[in-house]
Design a protein around this ligand. Structure first.
Ligand SMILES: [Mg+2]
Length: 403
């Protein structure tokens, strides 16, 4: 069966969503800023602003020099997330085999769903048209259709804005012909000169170069480059599954016997895990907590719960009960707390306990997700310096599995 992958990438996504939301911004140069200050950075610009040279990373004051008429708006992540969710629900009407690669990019596996590249092209056009019809005319996308994941993304990266490019085994080499190395997904400014030093100037030359030489010079990375441009599938779609556990740990830089300090630290770790649990729409049926102590060594364990858990407070109480015997006697060196046995929210909580302030929790999570970690926090966390157990979840190019 012919493998067919579709990749789409929304054009000038954040700026387009803002233009869709506010008709006064349509057709105007728009810059979406991290903060509305002179030093604020442009994180997305509309195609009208790009025409003036306003790029991602530009400072707001530089953008105003390049394009005095630019309309600056502050970034609004919930708006982009909810638009992405609506785009994904359109995609899910066609296939459940989807890899959401970033907030504005996804791979759809159409293998078996359509029989030919031309049928995939029609489907791609339909999805694109539905996004515009159902979400708004400002939302355009570039699409690539091919027989590997890499070539599908290469197709949409090289497609004209709003267009569809199909790469088949028959036209692959022609599509690579004469293209600069840096147009390829995975070849950056550091790698391109090293390939050029071997006499490889274009992507078709890379495809025809000896894979053995590439393997010798660049290791497995070199072979992957060659395989990608030659249409050999290496990975396939990376669909995300629900996590098996959600946990946080911390090695203590500050060795102290201050029990309240440790309590706050454990609460911080519990809050972080609790917030992720709730963001994924899950409940936990088991918890674990471990600690290492200077004299006592390792201590802790796991516990199966009688009723599912969703709140930080409850998680913290279990974790504290398991760790308190050590924390009150010895100096801790390491903490790890986590939730496992995760299931989608059953709503069973109310059968066993008093109604929980679910809406309050949701509002707190939303505020913290939007304005930063611990903007609103439990009283015990106030005054606990941020460098103890800093947040190590970086800004990934992905959105949660709830999409
Ligand atoms: Mg994009």
């Amino acid at each position: 069966m012919q493998k067919i992958i579709l990749h789409f990438d929304m054009n000038s996504y954040f700026a387009s969503v803002e233009q869709q939301a506010n008709p006064f911004l349509r057709g105007q140069p728009v810059g979406v800023c991290a903060t509305l200050t002179k030093q604020g950075c442009i994180i997305a610009s509309s195609k009208e602003a790009k025409a003036f040279g306003v790029k991602t990373g530009c400072r707001a004051e530089e953008a105003r020099i390049l394009c005095p008429a630019i309309k600056l708006v502050e970034v609004d992540p919930p708006k982009y997330h909810s638009t992405t969710q609506r785009i994904m629900s359109i995609c899910r009407e066609y296939t459940s085999d989807i890899e959401l690669y970033s907030i504005d990019e996804a791979f759809l596996n159409l293998t078996g769903l359509v029989k030919s590249f031309s049928a995939a092209f029609k489907l791609g056009r339909e999805i694109k048209a539905r996004i515009r019809r159902e979400l708004g005319e400002c939302l355009s996308s570039s699409t690539g259709i091919a027989y590997t994941r890499w070539l599908a993304k290469f197709g949409s990266d090289t497609a004209p804005k709003g267009g569809i490019v199909t790469i088949t085994p028959a036209n692959r080499l022609a599509h690579l012909q004469g293209r600069e190395l840096e147009q390829a997904w995975g070849i950056g400014a550091a790698l391109a000169p090293r390939l050029q030093a071997l006499g490889i100037q274009t992507l078709d030359q890379l495809a025809q170069y000896s894979p053995i030489n590439l393997l010798e010079i660049f290791g497995i990375r070199g072979y992957e480059l060659w395989a990608n441009v030659n249409g050999l599938e290496l990975g396939g779609l990376q669909t995300r599954e629900l996590p098996k556990s959600i946990g946080h740990s911390h090695v203590l830089r500050c060795r102290t016997r201050d029990v309240n300090f440790h309590k706050s630290l454990i609460l911080r770790l519990a809050e972080r895990a609790g917030r992720r649990l709730r963001a994924l729409g899950l409940e936990a049926h088991s918890v674990y907590a471990h600690a290492n102590f200077e004299l006592l060594g390792g201590l802790g364990g796991s516990q199966k719960l009688f009723e599912p858990l969703t709140t930080t407070q409850k998680f913290f109480r279990y974790a504290w009960n398991m760790l308190a015997p050590g924390v009150t006697k010895d100096t801790p060196k390491f903490f790890a707390v986590g939730l496992f046995d995760l299931r989608p929210l059953s709503g069973q909580l109310s059968l066993f306990s008093k109604p929980k302030p679910e809406r309050l929790l949701k509002a707190l999570d939303e505020i913290n997700n939007r304005y930063g970690e611990e903007v609103i926090a439990q009283g015990e966390l106030v005054g606990l310096d941020k460098h103890h157990a800093p947040d190590r979840i970086g800004f990934r190019k992905t959105v949660g599995v709830d999409i």
